[in-house]
Every structure is written in C-alpha cells, then in structure tokens.
Design a binder for this molecule. Structure first.
Ligand SMILES: *Cc1c(COP(=O)(O)O)cnc(C)c1O
Length: 460
C-alpha cells in the first residue's frame, strides 16, 4: 500500500507538504493519494489508479474534472485579460457581467455582490460589512454573530469562530461574540417523546431566549446553511426556517444563508433557501460558483442590506476592504460559464441541474436501501447531498467507540475499491458530481455497500 521509497510520491508529499483536515494515522499507514488528473467524475493517481469521486472533489467539481467548455472559457479569458483587481474605481468587464448574472439568478429582486477568493473570506467579509454597518448606523455594539453547532462556515479566524465544531478549541476559538445555537438535527438532538414539530418549536424558543439574554441590539446577524454540509449533511427539522425567520425579522436581525454548498443546484433547487422556502437577507456563495475551476467566493446582499451598505460607504466615501484578486477576470469568466453550464445549459448540452433532478430519485432510493443495514442509524440528505450515519446500536442510536475510527475505515476501504468518499464524524458523506450517469451511480453504491459490509464485519 504505502511506498516508503524516499523518491515515491507518497514520501515526497510527506516531506514538504502540510496536510489540512487529514487523519494523520491513515497517512502514516497508507500514504497520500497523489492525483494527476480527472476524467468526468473520476480522478486518477500517479500509479494510474482510477477513483470515482463521490464527493465532487470538495463538493465543488460538479461539472466533472475535464469539462471542455469550462477549460475553454478559462483559456479564452487568460488569453484576453489574465488578471486585474477591482480597486480604485477599476473593474474588469467580466466582473460587471458576473454581478449582473448573480443578481439575476439570485432570489433577490435587487442587490449587489462583493467578491473574495474563498467561502471563508466571504463569511469574513460579510461580518466586516455588518460591523461596518453597525458603527455607521450608530449601533457599534451590534457585533454578535449567531450560528449553530455543527455549522461550517470556514477556517479564517472569524469564519472559524462562526463554525460550530469542537476542533476549533485547539486555536482558542471561537472569538468572543460568536454564539452557537443547537443543531436542528431532530434524529440526534430530539428528546425522548418529543415530536418533530415540538423540536422545531424548541429551536425557536431557544433563539428567542438567546436574543432576550444577549439583547437584540447586540446581534449583527444569524448565519445558517440551508442544509449543513461539512457538519454531516444535516437538513433542518421540518418548519425550522419558517419558525426562526419571523423571530429574526421581529428583532431586526438579518438572516444570512451560507449557500457555499447548497447554491447552484446541489439540492435540486437553484438555491437551498428555495428548497426550504425562506427568503434570506444575504447569501454567501463559493464552491459551485466556479464549479471548482477557480478559487472564488461572493457575498450577495439583497436590496435592503445593499442600500444600507451603500449609505454607510457613501458616508465615509469608501468601503475599506477587498482582496487583491477580488473579482478576478478569469474567475468571473469561469463563474459565468459555470452558471451557464449548471443552470442554462451550454454548447448544446442540457443544464446540469436537470440531471441533478433526474438522478436524485435513484440516489435517494439507494440511500434508503442502505439505511436498512443494522449498523446504519440514519440516511439523510436532499438532492445530491447525502450522509449515512454508522451506529453500533440502531435502536438506541449509540455510536461506535471513537477509537474504532469507523467512518475512516469505511472511507479507506472505499479508496481501496476505487471510490472516494469522505468520513465525517461517524458518517460517510456522498455528494456526487452533477454529471453522474446511472451506471456511475450503480458503481458508487455497489462499492460503498461492499466497504460497509467489510468494515462492519471487522468492528462488530
Ligand atoms: C466550504 C465552506 C465554506 C468555506 O469555504 P472555503 O472556500 O473552504 O473557505 C464556508 N461555508 C460553507 C457552507 C462551506 O461548505
């Protein structure tokens, strides 16, 4: 398995590259998978092994790894104008066009866009906008940010503070003023005898309590993923957003949808907020925004926040914020192409979102089938995002002992079988590319089922 020759790719990866979010004992035992290229939804490693990537890279390579139209759009823009900034009153034509397009496809009637290089920076930018707004509007104490446990919003100091995961304790995070509410996961968080409707009502009551305790005037925003992604693919309990949105509105607290994963079709809807039928005040976008072909994020403000931000900037004649590569012309050209490929169809091909809708029933049926397994506690998800949660005891929902690393073992066994999928807590996450075909879907579930059977045999 692991090639310890000092000239091997595995050894060279170890020697000079840090790994992020990587189980180091697995690397020690198995070595890094060093990849050279991709074909459709498959990736190929330096040894020529092919893997079906059931996670679309990191949720984002939804058009596959060799989309000719995407690559051609990038090349054309590199030939035309390979880089520029968006400072000092200048901006590329591609940036102008992308903002028009984003507002057009957004749920907002009117709005404005600010560009970043990542989802983390987009969340950071949003928070700085809200802090700027508070001070400008004579409410400098309006700084606290509400998010939920298991919510994932990124890794910069501010976005990691928004992220509701215990691993951030190793950094001494969250910063003060970042408050994590209960994760709206009925299966795991629901109390004995509590109905889903009662659970959702309790989530609303908790929010009311937190607002009363902290003071509505001290809260800058509530930020939530429509479906939690990196927290383990957790759809909200039924009626969740219908319960919390009016509470936030009553207290004048903006509701921000972090649509980095759910934006552009992942749920089968254009936006996750449409899948769950609520209207946010702002949207955070990244990942699918460029179908993974360029690092880019965006803060999309709806009409009201746009007007308030504009007034605040006008008052000091500037919004003193921006990244060197904000609104990069190549990134914007790629994003324009990605949106076309996903939502409108391009080069004679149907929109990829049509395929998402077409293959979702099979995806759901296969997930439901695997959920019959005695050691799968829950299959959950929406559209082409799903998770299977491993449990030691299905009736009591008791997880396996952490030392067994069950989900790592499942993911590693899948890798041995030519399938890449991601362990997350005790769950395994599936979020295939939007281009998946029926036979590829069969291959994905056959390989996953074989791995599940093998690992559960070993650990039980
Ligand atoms: C991935 C992700 C982010 C962070 O994006 P990066 O580009 O990795 O910084 C933020 N929010 C959500 C919901 C994400 O899934």
């Amino acid at each position: 398995m692991r090639d310890d020759n000092p000239n091997s790719w595995e050894a060279r990866a170890d020697a000079h590259s840090f790994y992020g979010f990587t189980d180091l004992p697995s690397i020690e035992e198995r070595g890094t998978v060093v990849l050279t290229h991709g074909e459709g939804p498959y990736v190929v490693d330096v040894h020529g092994r092919r893997y079906l990537d059931a996670n679309s890279g990191l949720w984002n390579m939804v058009a596959g790894f060799d989309h000719k139209g995407m690559a051609a759009a990038a090349k054309a823009q590199y030939d035309r104008f390979p880089g520029y900034h968006a400072f000092f009153g200048r901006m590329s034509d591609q940036t102008v066009m992308l903002s028009e397009k984003l507002i057009d496809v957004s749920p907002f009637e009117r709005g404005k866009v600010f560009y970043t290089n990542s989802g983390s920076e987009a969340n950071d930018t949003l928070v700085k906008m809200l802090w700027f707004l508070g001070r400008s509007e004579g409410k400098p104490e309006r700084r606290k940010i509400l998010t939920r446990k298991n919510g994932y919003h990124g890794v910069t100091a501010v976005s990691a503070s928004m992220t509701g995961k215990p691993y951030n304790e190793v950094f001494g995070l969250p910063l003060d003023g970042f408050i994590h509410l209960t994760c709206p996961h009925y299966w795991r968080e629901g109390r004995d005898g509590e109905t889903e409707a009662e659970f959702t009502a309790r989530m609303g009551a908790e929010l009311e309590d937190v607002i009363a305790r902290e003071g509505a005037d001290t809260i800058a925003a509530f930020v939530a993923e429509p479906v939690m992604g990196a927290g383990g693919v957790i759809p909200p309990s039924k009626g969740y957003f219908q319960t919390i949105a009016p509470i936030l509105k009553k207290h004048g607290i903006p509701l921000v949808a972090d649509e980095v994963i759910t934006g552009f079709g992942r749920t089968g809807f254009d936006w996750g907020c449409q899948a769950y039928d609520f209207m946010p005040d702002a949207i955070i976008s990244s990942k699918n925004l460029t179908a993974g072909y360029f690092p880019m994020g965006a803060v999309i403000l709806g009409a009201e926040l746009t007007d308030r931000m504009q007034a605040a900037a006008n008052a000091i004649e500037e919004f003193p914020h921006g990244f060197t590569a904000s609104g990069h012309p190549v990134g914007c050209a790629i994003a324009l192409k990605a949106i076309e490929v996903i939502m409108d169809g391009s080069d004679g091909a149907a929109p990829l979102i049509d395929n998402v809708r077409a293959i979702t029933p099979k995806f759901e049926a296969e997930m439901t089938r695997l959920a019959q397994h005695p050691h799968i506690g829950e299959a959950r998800g929406i559209g082409l995002m799903g998770a299977l949660e491993a449990v030691k005891d299905k009736a009591t929902k008791t997880p396996f002992d952490g030392s067994l690393s069950v989900s790592e073992r499942i993911a590693n066994t899948c890798t041995d079988h030519g399938l890449i999928c991601r362990p997350l807590g005790q769950a395994v996450v599936l979020c295939p590319a939007f281009i998946m075909t029926d036979p590829q879907m069969d291959e994905m579930f056959q390989k996953l089922e074989a791995a599940l059977n093998k690992v559960f045999e070993e650990v039980v």
